[in-house]
Design a protein around this ligand. Structure first.
Ligand code: GDP
Length: 353
C-alpha cells in the first residue's frame, strides 16, 4: 500500500469532498424513521430517503442496525437486476475523471447509475484517499446518478459489508448500474471483486507494473484493463501499452467466466473510448448470462457474504464487549513486556465470548 502511495506523491489532489455528497450526508436525521417509510421512499426512487437509509446501514447504534437489517431484507427481492462494476487503479490514474466520463456516457444511454466506494484507508487512519476531494462534479449534479462516498471507520470487512448492503438499496431504488470504486493498492480489491460482476482496472502507459503499485493478482482478476490518459503526446505510448498488456493478459489462466479479458485505451478527460468500454461490458454481460456464470457467481458471492457477516458480527461482539475492552490493553502490554505469552493472553480474553 505504501509503495503505491509513495510513487504517486506529487500527484495533484483537489482538496474538498463534493458538495452535494456532504449535503446529502448532513441530512442525517436525529432519530431514524420507521422502516416502511424508508422502503416506500426507496421504491419511489427518492434519493434523499435512499441516502438516509444508507446512513442507517452505516450507523453503529443497535436500534439503527436492526432497522437496517429489516430494510435490507425488504429490499432484497427488489434488487439484483443490475450490472455491478468494480473500478480500481492507483491514486492519480484518473479514477474520478474516468467515472465522470464513463458514468456520463452510461446515463446518456438511459441508465441510472449509483457510484459507491470502498476506501481502505478509512480503516487505519480514519482519513480517506478517495473521499476528500472535489470529485465527480458533473455526475454529482446529474439527476440519473447517485454518488455515495465510502463508509468510514471499522474493519475493511465491515466497510465492505456496508457497501454491499448499499448496493441492494440502490438497486431497489431503480439504479441499474452500480460502480464500486476502490484504490488499487491491495486488500480492498478482493472485497470489491467479491461483490461485482465485472472488474475494471485503470492503468497508465509508460510505467511498469511495479511502479504502478498494481499487484499481479489484481490484474489477474480484471475483466478489462483501461489504459487511461491516451491523449496528446501520450497516445502512441498508450497504444503500445495496450498491446503489451493485451499480451500479458493472455498469459494468465483463462477465467471461469469464459470471457477473454481485454485491454483498451481511453482519455477520460476528453471522454474518448467510453462507448467501446460500455460495449465490452455489455458483451461480457451477455456472455455470462448465457453461459450461467452470472448466476452461479452471484450465488457464490451471497454465500461468501454470509460468512463475512458472521465474522464481522463475531468480531464486533468480541471487541465491543466492555470486559474485553477493559482487559485488552493491559494484556497487550503484558505480552509486549514478555510477562505472558500471546496464546495464554488470547485464551484469557476469549473466555469472555
Ligand atoms: P484518481 O486519484 O485516480 O481519482 O485520479 P483523478 O481522476 O483525480 O485524476 C488525477 C489527475 O489526472 C488529474 O489531474 C486529472 O485531471 C488527470 N487525468 C485524469 N484522466 C485524464 C486523462 O484521460 N488524460 C489526462 N491528460 N489527464 C487525466
Amino acid at each position: 500500500m505504501d509503495s503505491a502511495l509513495k510513487v504517486n506523491q506529487g500527484v495533484p489532489q483537489p482538496p474538498e469532498i463534493n458538495p452535494r455528497a456532504r449535503e446529502i450526508i448532513k441530512k442525517k436525521p436525529g432519530k431514524s424513521l420507521a422502516v416502511p417509510v424508508y422502503l416506500e421512499g426507496i421504491r419511489k426512487g427518492d434519493v434523499s430517503l435512499l441516502a438516509q437509509s444508507i446512513t442507517l446501514i452505516e450507523s453503529t447504534l443497535e436500534e439503527d442496525r436492526k432497522k437496517a437489517r429489516e430494510l435490507v431484507s425488504a429490499c432484497l427481492p427488489l434488487s439484483g437486476n443490475s450490472v455491478r462494476i468494480g473500478i480500481t487503479g492507483v491514486p492519480g490514474v484518473g479514477k474520478s475523471t474516468f467515472i465522470e466520463a464513463f458514468g456520463t456516457h452510461i446515463t446518456s444511454t438511459g441508465h441510472k447509475l449509483a457510484v459507491l466506494a470502498i476506501d481502505p484507508s478509512s480503516e487505519r487512519t480514519k482519513g480517506s484517499i478517495l473521499g476528500d476531494k472535489t470529485r465527480m462534479e458533473t455526475l454529482a449534479n446529474n439527476p440519473r446518478a447517485f454518488i455515495r462516498p465510502s463508509p468510514s471507520g471499522g474493519t475493511l470487512g465491515g466497510v465492505a459489508r456496508k457497501t454491499r448492503e448499499t448496493i441492494f438499496l440502490c438497486e431497489a431504488a431503480g439504479f441499474d448500474t452500480i460502480f464500486i470504486e476502490t484504490v488499487g493498492v491491495g486488500q480492498s480489491e478482493t472485497a470489491v471483486h467479491s461483490m461485482t460482476d465485472f472488474f475494471l482496472l485503470l492503468m497508465l502507459a509508460g510505467a511498469g507494473d511495479g511502479l504502478q503499485g498494481i499487484k499481479r493478482g489484481i490484474m489477474e482478476m480484471s475483466d478489462l484493463l483501461v489504459i487511461n490518459k491516451a491523449d496528446g503526446d501520450n497516445i502512441e505510448k498508450a497504444l503500445q501499452a495496450r498491446a503489451l498488456y493485451q499480451g500479458a493478459l493472455q498469459l494468465f489462466p483463462p477465467p471461469l467466466s469464459g470471457w477473454k479479458p481485454l485491454a483498451l485505451t481511453a482519455s477520460s478527460i476528453e471522454g474518448k473510448g467510453m462507448k467501446t468500454i460500455l460495449e465490452a461490458v455489455e458483451q461480457y454481460m451477455r456472455l455470462v448470462k448465457e453461459n450461467g456464470y452470472f448466476k452461479s457467481r452471484r450465488a457464490e458471492q451471497a454465500v461468501y457474504w454470509m460468512r463475512e457477516s458472521i465474522d464481522d458480527h463475531l468480531l464486533s461482539r468480541f471487541y465491543d464487549n466492555p470486559e474485553i475492552k477493559g482487559k485488552l490493553s493491559e494484556l497487550e502490554r503484558k505480552v509486549r513486556e514478555g510477562k505472558t505469552d500471546s496464546f495464554s493472553a488470547a485464551s484469557e480474553l476469549l473466555k469472555h465470548l
